[in-house]
Design a protein around this ligand. Structure first.
Ligand SMILES: [Zn+2]
Length: 97
């Protein structure tokens, strides 16, 4: 539903500041206020748009789910290193299409 009209910039999540108390990320807005997006929004994939409440400018946040701080420690067993394809396999796949 969101339009791109008000997207001011795209920001890497590493460049944002995480507020552990409020569970949100913020980033300085040119108007002097700041863009905000909650950790829940990012984690649930609901939106990747941070909004400045003062001027309604928006930023798109570039992030990976794995980059987000976790509410509780989870086992590392979810990673499946065996699924990574070799370069030859990728090339073969590309050639086949
Ligand atoms: Zn603003």
């Amino acid at each position: 539903m969101a339009t791109n009209e008000n997207i001011y910039d795209e920001i890497e999540i590493e460049d944002m500041t995480y507020d552990a108390k409020l569970q949100l990320y913020h980033y300085p807005c040119p108007c002097g206020d700041r863009f905000e997006i909650t950790l829940d929004d990012l984690r649930e994939g609901e939106t990747d748009i941070g909004i400045c409440p003062s001027c309604s400018l928006q930023i798109r946040i570039i992030y990976e789910i794995e980059d987000l701080p976790r509410p509780e420690v989870e086992a590392e067993g979810q990673k499946v290193p065996g699924m990574v394809m070799s370069e030859q396999q990728v090339t073969a796949l590309a050639a086949a299409t």
